[in-house]
Unconditional design. Structure first.
Length: 493
């Protein structure tokens, strides 16, 4: 039925976009849904249904969360590892302390019946009870013994007492170590054993000597020996952890003492320490002064080259050119050395912490800061070259620079080009600058302009040129630390 005239249909739209129509009688009817109404309804429903990107975590959020968790976990790992390491270390130290205590019990028990077997040879050595170590659980503990007589006035060893102090007791030290100690100190246990009556012959004496390295700490495991100067058999002992070698029960008299260790040198660069005469007095200990002994350092590769002035070539070092090393610890303050080997090296250097000043030449006036016998500087204002540091057991590369001299060889007023020649550089003997003189040679070939470039130490030199049909000598102006230009000379040969 149609709507009455003058009446308007009442419309309402529900959530789906459909239209309700109310007729005059008050009844509500659903009108057919138009296309526009369907679109509007769908949009309304879409707005009411939650979107997918509002549900849970996105992939980016998940990755960030995992990354944060990983950082937190990683930050706790060092603490966990440290705690585990500490726990393992404490267990190892506890076991090592038990091993050391058992070893001490064994030493005391054996000393009552076999005293000499327990305490000798003096020095550091493997345990008699467990020479291969002792295994606790899955860990093998290394056990070392160290025995040494301790004299009156000695703080820790016979080497630290006063001269002629008679030994009283034997100090026994047990050191227990284990693999992967991670910087933890080994377990150390000490005891003192009183020698039984008759252990020491009152008519005999003893010698004690200590070896220390460049750092002032003890040198252990150095083999030292004493030999009667009147002839007889040498007695050898190895230094203990205090660097002390003790020679007991020696017949009174005079002995020579020596010590050697592969790769070691004393403060003078000697591989063997040698003391020609040590006197042994009945009933006492002769204590020798401590000796420096350490792993040898070396300067290698070692090269001497001529200074380059402008565009000039570097001079070539002649054969026989010695270099001087200087340190206040050397007996004379300096020492001349001829580099040798391939590559060239200056070996067997004691590793003084202050290093060495090094320069080319062995004459007194080769020293840029040198002075003559009267105390007058050869070169006023001259200074020593900077010290070169050395490291025990290692090599330090060195290249020395010294003045270059350009020697032009002529014959009949014409430069001799491409000729094989021998240059002999001579520093005359002089009590003030070079007591024995010096002579250096260089075999070379002249350049296209007849020049040979030779590197020479500081001082006053002459150069003689010889070759086929050639023979001539020329004086070289004094070479000084302030020489800052190429020194050129011409020799008519």
């Amino acid at each position: 039925m149609g709507l009455a005239s003058g009446q308007e249909a009442q419309h309402g739209r529900d959530a789906t976009g459909g239209t309700d129509v109310t007729d005059p009688a008050g009844a509500v009817k659903r009108a057919p849904l138009s296309a526009d109404d369907a679109i509007v309804g769908a949009n309304q429903l879409r707005r009411r249904i939650p979107r997918g990107d509002e549900q849970g975590f996105t992939l980016t959020e998940l990755i960030v969360a995992v990354f944060i968790i990983a950082i937190v976990m990683l930050s706790t790992l060092p603490g966990l590892y440290a705690a585990q390491t500490l726990s393992r270390t404490n267990l190892s130290r506890s076991a090592a302390a038990s091993v050391a205590a058992q070893e001490m019990d064994y030493i005391r028990a054996q000393a009552t019946t076999s005293f000499s077997t327990v305490v000798t040879p003096y020095g550091n050595r493997a345990s008699l009870d467990h020479p291969g170590g002792e295994t606790v659980g899955s860990t093998t503990y290394t056990i070392m013994w160290d025995s040494e007589p301790v004299g009156i006035g000695a703080s820790t060893s016979a080497c630290n007492g006063s001269t002629h102090a008679a030994p009283q007791v034997i100090q026994m030290t047990v050191t227990v170590s284990w693999p992967n100690m991670a910087g933890v100190a080994p377990v150390v246990s000490q005891t003192e054993l009183a020698p039984p009556a008759g252990s020491y012959n009152p008519y005999n004496g003893a010698i004690a000597i200590k070896f220390i390295n460049a750092g002032g700490t003890a040198d252990a495991n150095v083999v030292a020996s004493v030999t009667p100067t009147s002839g007889g058999t040498a007695t050898a002992y190895t230094t203990d952890t205090d660097g002390c070698a003790f020679f007991p029960n020696l017949t009174a008299g005079t002995y020579s003492l020596s010590a050697t260790e592969l790769g070691y040198v004393d403060d003078q660069g000697n591989q063997t320490v040698s003391i020609p005469s040590v006197t042994v007095t009945p009933g006492s200990v002769t204590i020798e002064p401590s000796h420096l002994y350490d792993q040898a350092a070396r300067l290698s590769p070692f090269a001497v080259v001529g200074t380059v002035y402008g565009t000039s070539p570097a001079g070539v070092a002649p054969s026989g050119l010695q270099v001087t090393i200087a340190n206040t610890g050397l007996s004379n303050g300096t020492k001349a050395v001829l580099p040798s080997g391939t590559p060239a090296a200056v070996p067997n250097l004691f590793p003084f912490g202050s290093g060495y000043n090094v320069w080319a030449g062995d004459c007194a006036d080769a020293n840029p800061a040198g002075k003559n016998a009267g105390g007058t500087p050869y070169y006023p204002g001259g200074v020593l070259p900077a010290a070169i540091g050395v490291i025990p057991g290692l090599a330090t590369s060195v290249t020395l620079s010294t003045p270059t001299v350009a020697v032009t060889v002529t014959h009949g007023g014409t430069a001799v080009a491409s000729a094989a020649v021998t240059l002999t550089a001579t520093h005359a003997a002089d009590p003030n600058s070079c007591i024995s003189g010096d002579s250096l040679t260089l075999a070379a070939t002249t350049s296209a302009t007849g020049i040979v470039y030779i590197a020479l130490p500081l001082g006053t030199w002459s150069v003689k040129v010889t070759g086929t049909g050639l023979n001539g000598t020329v004086a070289v102006p004094q070479l000084t630390p302030t020489t800052n230009a190429l020194t050129s000379v011409s020799v008519a040969a």
